[in-house]
Design a protein around this ligand. Structure first.
Ligand SMILES: NC(=O)c1ccc[n+]([C@@H]2O[C@H](COP(=O)([O-])OP(=O)(O)OC[C@H]3O[C@@H](n4cnc5c(N)ncnc54)[C@H](OP(=O)(O)O)[C@@H]3O)[C@@H](O)[C@H]2O)c1
Length: 286
């Protein structure tokens, strides 16, 4: 029987490319998305390339929809081999100017969504005594950045959550745990996050405006100067995820580009892939 993989957020970007790439590499793919109206492009790709992909509805902020999708997979295959927590959303706004609703939303989509999906998948993987959880975090899960503190905080949360799991579920139940940490990806992600900020006029007044303008100018300069180094394609990130899925002993942390590696170096140089810290914690506590 083929290995199966459930991927969240497959309507666009990394999730979309990962679904196709995994299917082309012999996996049975459960491509999930919160809005099935966005499935047309993937559906036509499945048809033309005859891909083993089944599209399921799953909103990572809705526990019922997560359980329903996982039950469907268990009823069909009797197992869940790999969970890819990919769904996420960019958010660029100061804490002061974000509403409580926005703060809850950015945390739920980017942090709690990964926790909810992992919590739902763990009982099956524990009983199977095998499984793999891959969360797409970000360099923003290692390094805080201006106007991104709420997004970064959520991604730091995923990093801490995954690190904690890696200290015991891997040895006890053979469940592999990895954070995939991209830098910039050429998707609609950041453009729409920054666009939203400007369109909504949240920064059009006040003491934050000059700082925001410096930030935007710096972003544009960096993008122009080093477009090739800074930005990867969604497919390139999907290739890193597939590589992690194929590893016998994947590490806790994987950056997806040289630029991402360099960007995080001060935080990661003592223990680039997280192996040392996981071992140290295991020795101290277990
Ligand atoms: N793009 C970057 O520069 C960048 C950098 C570092 C890390 N990342 C991370 O990489 C991952 C993929 O991002 P991407 O670049 O591929 O962005 P993207 O093209 O915007 O894709 C994000 C996906 O998440 C889905 N999603 C959002 N809220 C959801 C929810 N409540 N339930 C289920 N799905 C939901 C979106 O669905 P809808 O179409 O319905 O909104 C979309 O399919 C994210 O975790 C992101 O944080 C991105």
């Amino acid at each position: 029987m083929k290995k199966n993989v459930i991927i969240t957020g497959t309507s666009t970007g990394v999730g979309f490319e990962s679904a196709i790439l995994f299917a082309n590499n012999g996996f049975k793919v459960y491509a999930t998305m919160r809005d099935l109206k966005k499935a047309d492009t993937l559906k036509s790709k499945i048809k033309t390339d005859n891909l083993d992909i089944e599209i399921l509805s799953l909103d990572v902020t809705n526990i019922e929809s997560i359980n329903l999708a996982l039950d469907t997979i268990i009823n069909q295959d009797g197992k869940i081999d790999i969970l890819v927590n990919n769904a996420g959303a960019g958010f660029a706004k100061t804490t002061e100017q974000s509403s409580i609703e926005e703060i809850k939303w950015v945390t739920e989509v980017n942090y709690l969504g990964a926790v909810y999906c992992t919590k739902a998948a763990l009982p099956f993987m524990r009983k199977q005594k095998t499984g793999q959880i891959i969360s797409i975090t970000s360099i923003g899960g290692l390094v805080g950045q201006p106007f991104n503190e709420l997004y970064c905080g959520a991604k730091f949360g995923v990093e801490g959550f995954m690190e904690g799991l890696a200290t015991y579920v891997s040895d006890a139940f053979n469940i592999k745990i990895t954070c995939v940490e991209p830098g910039g990806i050429a998707t609609e992600f950041m453009t729409s996050a920054i666009g939203k900020t400007v369109v909504e006029g949240q920064l059009s007044t006040g003491e934050y405006l000059p700082i925001f303008e410096r930030y935007m100018a710096g972003n544009q300069k960096r993008a122009k100067e080093g477009k090739e180094q800074v930005y990867q394609t969604a497919l390139e990130v999907a290739e890193v995820i597939l590589n992690v899925a194929k590893m016998e002993k994947p590490p806790l942390r994987v950056r997806t580009s040289k630029w991402a590696e360099k960007f995080c170096e001060l935080k990661t140089q003592a223990d680039p892939d997280g192996t040392k810290i996981v071992n140290q914690i295991k020795e101290s506590f277990l």
